[in-house]
Design a protein around this ligand. Structure first.
Ligand SMILES: Cc1cc2nc3c(=O)[nH]c(=O)nc-3n(C[C@H](O)[C@H](O)[C@H](O)COP(=O)(O)OP(=O)(O)OC[C@H]3O[C@@H](n4cnc5c(N)ncnc54)[C@H](O)[C@@H]3O)c2cc1C
Length: 362
């Protein structure tokens, strides 16, 4: 479909002999080596997504400023302006997340960035795709045309359809979005499962469960009240007040996220791991919170380099407003949803019980 400049093939290792001197990382440690390389991919792929988003922003800016419809440039029509706004904000935040994570590795190349890299990959690739979807719409019919077709008609040959074909795979390889959300949530649940996993597991003997519940009660007696108190996580003292306000909001929302996850753990017990749609909302809230915090930190750094405060704060304010709206919708979705009904229906669809909907195709 895309990426035609790289060769793709399936590798098979049948009766392959590897000389002992060629073993990387020691015998039996191959999976660890393979998993470690994922961090590099999970940063380089969102880095390429950032390039895509920047190119999308430039095309969107040029086209929405020059294409005239109904007597004005299309960028002045609110429905188009909204799309340009999204591309601009996402591009800025994408760069911020990537730089925040890369800086951790620059400081310490052994730093554990699995979670941050997964968030960059998940958020960056999905938002780059959303940027391209918006760009395709902004370009109208010309977006759908190939470069060759545009060039032949004497049109500006923006390669939007090619960008889309190339970008689509980024949410699939190097950890699909679905797998990344599960990974992120496993990391979030892990400390809780270590503390209360046995207590919540109805298949374990009562005696073990009671002992585990007593230990968990001790832990949650101090952990849970802290999620209601405005302690820690505030902005650095020298941060611009407009950025600091967003930073403070992230701290509060993070605590709300932590206690909401705890409530769902109590509700579902070990079955929570299977609630993939519910958990995806938590993962998406975490990614948006990381994006807001990174955007503030990046803007603060640019301020220090002499960038205009009003310009920077306008972009961060707008990005934070968009992200806060998504976060609110995801919290609403955690509290009220039709996940169980939808899942039950899907099992019927997959079993063919609703094949009647497909009637009419050959
Ligand atoms: C252009 C290209 C280049 C590639 N390059 C490489 C490479 O260099 N090296 C390499 O090793 N691989 C490579 N791949 C393979 C790629 O990593 C896999 O396609 C990818 O990991 C998804 O696996 P799959 O195709 O088997 O999909 P599947 O695992 O069959 O997944 C199908 C769908 O089900 C979802 N899914 C699967 N399991 C779960 C689960 N437990 N819970 C929820 N959802 C789930 C997936 O997210 C996906 O949406 C490449 C693929 C492409 C297209």
């Amino acid at each position: 479909m895309g990426h035609r400049a790289i060769y793709n093939g399936v590798l098979r290792f049948t009766n392959v002999r590897v000389p002992r001197a060629h073993i990387v990382g020691g015998e039996g440690r191959g999976l660890k080596v393979a998993l470690t390389t994922l961090n590099a991919g999970r940063l380089s792929i969102p880095a390429s997504s950032l390039g895509v988003a920047k190119r999308a922003l430039r095309i969107a800016r040029e086209w929405s400023g020059t294409r005239i419809q109904w007597g004005v440039p299309i960028g002045q029509h609110a429905a188009v302006a909204e799309k340009v706004r999204r591309i601009a904000a996402h591009t800025f935040a994408m760069e911020a997340m990537l730089l925040a994570t890369s800086r951790i590795v620059d400081r310490d190349k052994h730093a554990d960035i699995r979670l941050e890299a997964a968030l960059c990959k998940l958020w960056g690739t999905e938002k780059a795709w959303a940027c391209l979807d918006d760009l395709m719409q902004i370009r109208g019919g010309r977006g759908y045309e190939t470069v060759e077709s545009l060039r032949a008609r004497g049109e500006q040959p923006y390669p939007v359809e090619r960008m889309m074909r190339d970008a689509r795979v980024t949410t699939i390889f190097e950890g699909s979005s679905e797998i990344l959300r599960l990974f992120i949530m496993r990391e979030a649940l892990d400390p809780h499962l270590k503390v209360a996993g046995i207590a919540l597991n109805s298949e374990r003997p009562w005696r073990e469960r009671l002992a585990s519940a007593a230990r968990a009660a001790g832990f949650y007696a101090w952990w849970y009240p802290r999620q209601w108190l405005p302690l820690g996580g505030g902005a650095p003292a020298d941060m611009h007040p407009r950025l600091a306000a967003h930073f403070g909001a992230v701290a509060g929302l993070s605590r709300r996220l932590a206690r909401t996850l705890f409530h769902q753990m109590v509700k579902f017990g070990p079955r929570l791991e299977k609630q993939q749609v519910l958990l995806a909302r938590f993962a998406d809230i975490s990614a948006d919170l990381f994006a807001i915090a990174a955007a503030c930190a990046y803007a603060q750094k640019l301020l220090g380099e002499g960038e205009d405060a009003a310009k920077l704060c306008t972009v961060v304010d707008d990005f934070a407003a968009q992200a806060r709206l998504r976060i609110r919708q995801n919290f609403d979705g955690i509290a009220h949803n039709a996940d169980a009904h939808g899942y039950a229906l899907t099992q019927q669809v997959v079993a063919g019980e609703h094949a009647w909907i497909e009637r009419g195709i050959l």
